[in-house]
Design a protein around this ligand. Sequence first.
Ligand code: ZN
Length: 252
Amino acid sequence: MKKIISILLVGLLFVSCTKEVKNNDDSKVSRVKSVTLNQFAVIKTLAEGNYLSNITYKEIKHAGNFGLGTFNYLNGEMVALNGKFYQAKVDGSVNLVKDSDCAPFAAVHHFIADQSFKVDNKIINLTELQNYLGNYLSNNRNIYSFKIHAEFDSLIVRSVPAQSLPFPPLTEVINNQTLFHLKNIKGTLVGYWFPQYLSNVNAPGFHFHFISDDEKHAGHVISCSFSKADIELDELTKLNLVIPQNEEYQSN
Ligand SMILES: [Zn+2]
């Protein structure tokens, strides 16, 4: 009898520890999905002006095909989509990220959608989008990522200029951000939602970066509006943190 109970218990544990993934056609996929966010440094140290790290994009690219971040000296905004990594610089140019570039902050993972849905009603600004997406967060403890493809009626993105030592805090740098006002542009928002209790790790709430379909426009999203969008959501339940080991980061 004891043996039967323990077999049952093992069975129950197996069921509860294995997350089933559903396809768009609702058929079950018999595998455990990838649910780890790979984070490189944290938002708290970035906000304090730690803009130098020895973590290369070669390492970061191995850790995911989707995500966002920045560069040493805060030289632009990084957005990663479908395995391609882009650098949006303050002059408006968008380049592919070199393996030798380094990041004082980045968050990436291998995106596998848990849910896909369409929006058919008008979203007029970022607050409205965040309120809408808030309905899809099943709890306030996990991390969520969103891939949102749309033809945007309007979109405001920003980038920031490269900084020099001694580095000012992030709030001062953002005061010197450059805004780009884009109209009727197709592209993808790449974003995360972080819970408040992890606010030293990553920006709490929603955080989106953008890359246009033609790969010519990108940046940190300030606002957007659209009438239709295809949205994919990926819920993340594990967090892997890589702490920079260079002296500038360690001693500051
Ligand atoms: Zn950003």
